[in-house]
Structures are given as C-alpha cells and as structure tokens.
Write a protein that binds this ligand. Structure first.
Ligand SMILES: NC(=O)c1ccc[n+]([C@@H]2O[C@H](COP(=O)([O-])OP(=O)(O)OC[C@H]3O[C@@H](n4cnc5c(N)ncnc54)[C@H](OP(=O)(O)O)[C@@H]3O)[C@@H](O)[C@H]2O)c1
Length: 224
C-alpha cells in the first residue's frame, strides 16, 4: 500500500481507488462535477488541473468548477498553444487560469547540447520521437544552434534563454532534469529584454522545426 498525495491527509492508494470506483459506479463523471467538487469543498484536494486540452475544453471545464492550472507543451520550438485567436493560452489569460509549460526545453533541444544522434543513449525514449529521427535531427540541430548562438552573445546558456522566453509568454515552465545542479540552475531567473525576445522570434521564424512533437500513436490524445 503506498500513500497518495492529498491536500490535507495521506490517503492510501487502494482507499483512493475504492472511493473513485464507488463514485463512478454512482454515475459521477467530470462533467457533472463527479466527486472532485466535493473533495475541493471539503479541503481534501486543493484544486484540479487539465493537460493537453483545447480552448473549448478549458471553457467547458471552467464552467463546471474553476480550473487551478492548465498544462500545455510550450517552448520556442512548440508554440502551437499560443497561436491563433482564442488559443489555449489566450483563453487561460482571459479566464485568469495559470498556464504551466511542460517540455519547455523541447525535450533537450533547447539546451544547445544535442549535436549528434549518438549523444542519445541507445535506450533514450527520444529515439521514438519525430524530431529526433535521422534527417530531422540534423536540421533541428541547426535551429537549436541559432538559439544557442543568441544566448552566448548575451552571456547566457541556451536553457536559460529558452526558459526566460516561456516566462515572457506568461507561463510557468517546468523543465525536467535528472541532475540536481541543473535543477538549481534552471530555477535561477533570467529576464529577457524586449529586444532579446524580438531577436529570438526572428531566429526561430527563420527555420522551421522539423517533425511533430509526438509520434503518430499519441496524436489522438493531444489537445483534447
Ligand atoms: N503532461 C504531459 O503530457 C507531459 C508530457 C511531457 C513532459 N511533461 C512534464 O514536463 C516536465 C519537463 O519535460 P521534459 O523533461 O520532457 O522536457 P524538457 O524540460 O523540455 O527537457 C528535459 C531535457 O533537458 C535536459 N536539461 C534540463 N535542464 C538542463 C540544463 N540546464 N542544461 C542542459 N540540459 C538540461 C535534461 O537532461 P538531464 O536529465 O540530463 O539534465 C532532459 O534531457 C517534466 O516534469 C514532465 O513530467 C508533461
């Protein structure tokens, strides 16, 4: 039995599963408020969040209960969540919902450290992702270098610039690292000037990132 994370008290995993099953059997689902509204009202959970959703879903869910945060994939190389009128990020801004940006370094591309496919360990999950495929990889290295060059010219690392750009979009980046030193480094603030943001924008507009952010198998589960 492993303890689950809750706002107030530790709930054991099988206790949580039993409660969820009972609620589902009783006809609860997300769109009729399920049990999560009661759990929030009781203070058992603080709030709830959604990930990989489209703007319509954000509006619909927010009407059921105010959303705590919406998670989107957002980086200099994955800007879909910002694009177009009524984008997910714009909708969250309008409704006052915090936006959490996952894979803000585009799974390592924006660190400027990936040079050759051999830099990935044989069992690295990214071998299965389109942007890391032979052919695409070599083109994307050039794009990553454009960002790294600009960062170097400003005396920053590529990662720092990439994270600062995400913050400038009004989102909270959650970079992942297996190394404590990098986690510390990624938490240190760098503020970009308007001029830097414009220069970055120009760089990434010069070359298109090659390859979808996910393998095809995942596509039906994206932006739901
Ligand atoms: N909800 C979802 O669908 C979803 C999907 C994907 C990811 N996420 C979440 O988003 C977070 C981050 O995503 P991610 O790990 O895929 O991508 P990421 O943060 O864009 O990139 C992580 C990669 O960058 C490297 N890295 C991190 N900081 C660095 C630094 N300062 N210098 C050099 N290299 C650095 C890491 O290598 P090392 O480990 O070697 O440092 C790792 O290879 C995770 O918490 C993950 O759970 C959510």
């Amino acid at each position: 039995m492993s303890p689950g994370l809750t706002h107030g008290r530790a709930v054991h995993y099988d206790e949580a599963v039993a409660a969820m099953k009972a609620a589902l059997d009783g006809g609860a689902n997300f769109w009729n408020g399920g049990t999560f509204k009661t759990l929030i009202a009781e203070g058992q959970i603080g709030s709830y969040g959604l990930s990989e959703v489209k703007a319509d879903t954000v509006r619909r869910a927010h009407a059921v209960h105010p959303i705590g945060a919406v998670e989107v994939e957002l980086s200099l190389f994955s800007r879909h969540a910002l694009l177009g009128q009524g984008s997910v990020v714009e909708t969250c801004r309008e409704l006052g919902i915090p936006v959490v940006a996952y894979s803000p370094l585009d799974r390592g591309w924006l660190t400027g450290e990936l040079k050759r496919r051999q830099d990935l360990a044989p069992d690295d999950y990214r071998h299965g992702f389109p942007r890391f495929q032979p052919g695409n990889f070599e083109k994307n290295v050039r794009l990553a270098e454009l960002v790294a060059d600009l960062a170097r010219a400003r005396g920053y690392t590529s990662s720092k610039v990439a994270l600062a750009w995400v913050k400038r979009q009004g989102a909270i980046p959650i970079p992942g690292s297996t190394k404590a030193k990098r986690v510390e480094e990624n938490c240190k603030e760098v503020v970009l000037s308007d001029e830097d943001v414009e220069a970055l924008q120009k760089k990434v507009d010069e070359v298109e990132i090659v390859g979808h952010r996910y393998p095809e198998l995942f596509h039906e589960h994206l932006e739901m």
